[in-house]
Design a protein around this ligand. Structure first.
Ligand code: HEM
Length: 449
């Protein structure tokens, strides 16, 4: 491991955190040693800039840390639902959910992923301009709902989107007052939020009741949760099923939508990469629809996604609250401190990546992933709380790319400024408006590409 060097003391402030979080993370990574100390309000924050230290927090020393650092950022009304909670029940719930992400299940999800992408594309017209990040968001929500819950979400999209968009706004505001536990203030937005969440909960409750009533043994995650029993033989309550379900919807749709949005943006600004990707899809798939079985035969697609996740990791920064004082290779972490880790900063660190800001999928071609220290690249986190849906997400992103590129190309709109907005995920600020071109037209006229 890199020796723990002296930190850059008290670098950064709440104001900087609020104003330019991404800039702050990169500055700390450039100027700091293995870690940097910040004080945000009354909380000591340790920004970890060393892959080994990150590995200690997420892995070896995980028992000293909790994920609860985020809890205060969310509206108290959804705290229970936002993430699978950091308690004994987490283990139970994670274990319950795991079979839904096994390879055998992923195979069958592939068909739904392609069907739903084709359904979305049926509404696209060449020549029109669309908000692609809204499209990706709608699509990934439908995919999670259909594959894991057997629900046709196109019927509920309005409500789900409302609730999610409002939670995002709420988060952006609260992030400024990190760990300050503001009380809930009944303003207009809170009321909209309550209404959207109420409708969403009502729908989910109805679905849970319906599923319980049919007694049918379905193969999806919803069914697993509904039929699950604890060690005393008690089923999960409707509320537990609903909270875990909302957590999976949140964890599983906006992240993948963000990955896809950035990938479309990167492909539009790198037509050479896009042309190679299309070529790989055409030569491997021919006229067939992509499936799970094709994944291992699409190495360039894998590199494109790895590179998009490097440059724009949807989970751009996350943390852990220290529960009991501990030493991490000579760094003393007191109880109550928050350790902060940023894939955004680490993934653009010149210690690990040549030309770190450039989009170069080929950098992954010669075994870079194996040469890097484990936590120099961690878009899905790591340790026992690593993303449960990483294989689901890469399958989904690959199938969506292949299906869209069979018909269309997406082009940047002149004058549309694209910049990352660090909210819960790293979304393109204000959406991503792009123009839709027919793939056929682009093929006939390469100059357009
Ligand atoms: C590109 C897409 C995705 C990215 C970048 C991503 C990233 C992450 C990261 C970084 C974590 C760990 C956070 C931490 O340690 O604090 C996480 C956790 C999680 N993710 Fe994902 N995720 C993605 C897609 C998905 C999908 C599609 C699902 C499910 C359908 C999912 C379900 C979860 C769950 C349930 C957890 C919590 C696991 C636990 O605490 O045990 N994610 N994700």
């Amino acid at each position: 491991m890199t020796a723990v060097r002296a930190p850059s003391l008290l670098a950064g402030s709440l104001d900087e955190f609020r104003r330019d979080r991404l800039g702050l993370f990169r500055r700390l990574s450039r100027e700091g040693g293995a870690y940097a100390q910040l004080r945000i309000r009354r909380t000591q924050v340790l920004f970890l800039n060393d892959p080994e230290l990150i590995g200690q927090v997420l892995g070896v020393r995980r028992d000293h840390f909790s994920k609860d650092y985020l809890r205060p950022l969310f509206n108290p009304l959804v705290r229970g639902s936002i993430e699978i909670a950091d308690s004994d029940s987490w283990l139970h719930e994670r274990k319950l959910a795991m079979p839904a992400f096994h390879a055998r299940r992923l195979e069958s999800y592939g068909t739904d992923m392609v069907d739903l992408t084709e359904r979305m594309l049926a509404g696209w017209r060449p020549g029109e301009a669309r908000d692609i990040s809204a499209d990706m968001s709608g699509l990934t929500l439908e995919i999670v709902a259909k594959t894991l819950y057997g629900i046709d979400a196109s019927r509920y999209r309005g409500d789900a989107r409302d609730a999610i968009a409002i939670v995002m706004e709420d988060f952006a505001d609260r992030a400024g007052s990190l760990l300050a536990l503001p009380v809930i203030i009944p303003n207009l937005r809170t009321l909209r939020f309550v209404r959207a969440l109420y409708r969403l909960n009502k729908e989910l409750n109805r679905m849970i009741r319906e599923r319980r009533a049919t007694g049918a043994e379905g193969p999806d995650l919803f069914e697993m949760l509904i039929r699950a029993k604890d060690e005393h033989g008690r089923p999960m309550s409707d509320r537990q099923v609903r909270d875990v379900s909302i957590a999976i919807f949140f964890a599983g749709h906006e992240t993948t939508a963000t990955l896809l949005s950035w990938t479309w943006h990167l492909l539009a600004s790198h037509p050479d990469v896009e042309a190679r990707l299309v070529e790989e899809f055409e030569s491997v798939l021919g006229d067939n629809r992509p499936t799970y079985a094709d994944m291992s035969r699409l190495p360039f697609a894998e590199m494109v996604l790895a590179e998009a996740l490097r440059l724009y990791p949807p989970a751009y920064g996350f943390g852990r609250l220290c529960l009991r004082e501990c030493q991490l290779e000579g760094l003393r972490v007191p109880a109550g401190a928050v350790t902060l880790m940023s894939p955004w900063a680490m993934h653009r660190d010149p210690r690990f990546y040549d030309d770190p800001d450039a989009f170069l999928p080929d950098r992954w071609a010669d075994g870079l992933a194996k040469r890097l220290p484990r936590y120099a690249y961690f878009p899905f986190g790591g340790g026992p709380r690593m993303c449960l849906g990483s294989n689901f997400a890469t399958l989904e992103a690959t199938l969506v790319l292949a299906t869209v590129l069979r018909k269309f190309r997406l082009r940047s709109l002149p004058g549309w400024r694209v910049e990352p907005q660090p909210s819960i995920t790293l979304r393109p600020k204000g959406g991503l408006r792009m123009s839709v071109e027919s793939g056929e037209a682009v093929r006939k006229s390469p100059a357009l590409a």
